[in-house]
Design a binder for this molecule. Structure first.
Ligand SMILES: [Zn+2]
Length: 316
């Protein structure tokens, strides 16, 4: 699913929500008519008065009708209360009065649509569970312990703020377990989501499972399953090297996806516990030459002391 497909999906959900809402209101009105003959009578009077008001061009008469309408509305409220309904149950009201649930006003995207798209992007991105991890949450004390990590944070922040005009297209973080790569990737993912980019965040393990699953399907299904990895604005793969390797399948697929993204000028961000030599050994030269390409990629080595171990040591 690409971004315009997501917008279409959200808009059709808006439309369906309005249809459901109208149906609910219609049912409530039928119920009120059945339960309260008085309501039925008042409703008819109200309709007639509204009709009269519309064609009335006498100011004084206009005021009088308006007053009558107010009175009828009050009586309707009382009748509705007797059968446990309120005015809100019998009037279709848009969720967003600014755009009347159209998603756009004066050709500008309304905030309600923006918010709904963002929510959908979060759901699809796979990062919903760490919604709160942001650059503001990163612990200064921890960053000060590792010069490399601090630099990686600063450069990532710069990358995000200059995006899509940053000098390099992709980021690669190399380093041992526990140096804080995953938290950094989560922060990056959240920043991009907040800027309305379509982000896919996946662990290499889940990525590999998704690829293997897709490869067992028909051509059409496979394309649908794999297209988010190619079409999303930012693809983030955490912990490359930790997944079980089916050489011909996963490596080929990883290569194809990286290649496609490069062709479409789209960004990927990858973290791995392997060093460059091990990456070359495991994924072969085609993948390695892409990941280590200094023209397009910024590589950060985060080896050094294990922050998680340090944190426990300090507590003792
Ligand atoms: Zn709106």
């Amino acid at each position: 699913m690409n971004k315009s497909a997501i917008i279409q999906k959200v808009l059709s959900e808006f439309y369906q929500r309005n249809l459901d809402n109208e149906l609910k209101v219609e049912n409530n009105i039928q119920l009120a008519r059945r339960k309260s003959p008085e309501f039925f009578k008042l409703e008819k009077q109200l309709r007639l008065l509204n009709f009269e008001l519309a064609k009335c061009d006498n100011k004084i008469k206009h005021k009088q009708i308006e007053k009558q309408i107010d009175d009828i509305k009050k009586q309707i409220e009382i009748e509705l209360e007797k059968i446990n309904l309120t005015e809100n149950d019998i009037v279709v009201k848009p969720h967003c009065p600014l755009c009347n649930d159209l998603g756009f006003k004066d050709n500008v995207m309304c905030n309600c649509l923006r918010k709904a798209i963002n929510k959908k992007l979060l759901e699809i991105s796979g990062i919903k569970k760490f919604e709160g991890h942001t650059f503001k949450d990163s612990d200064e004390n921890v960053l000060n312990k590792s010069k490399n990590l601090k630099k990686a944070y600063e450069k990532s922040w710069e990358f995000i703020n200059k995006f899509p005009n940053s000098k390099v297209k992709n980021l690669v973080f190399l380093g041992d377990v526990g140096v804080g790569k995953t938290f950094l990737l989560e922060c990056i993912a959240n920043e991009f989501i907040n800027k309305d980019y379509f982000v896919i965040y996946t662990t290499a393990f889940n990525f590999s499972n998704a690829v293997i699953n897709a490869l067992t399907k028909s051509d059409y299904e496979r394309e649908t399953l794999l297209s988010p990895f190619i079409d999303c604005d930012i693809l983030i793969i955490d912990d490359l090297g930790s997944e079980p390797l089916m050489k011909n399948l996963t490596v080929n697929c990883l290569f194809n996806i990286l290649n496609e993204r490069e062709r479409k000028n789209k960004t990927y961000i990858i973290s791995t516990n392997l060093d460059l030599e091990q990456l070359n050994e495991r994924y072969g030269n085609r993948v390695f030459s892409r990941l280590s390409n200094q023209r397009t990629n910024a590589c950060f080595k985060l080896n050094g002391s294990d922050l998680r171990i340090n944190a426990t040591k300090n507590k003792k």
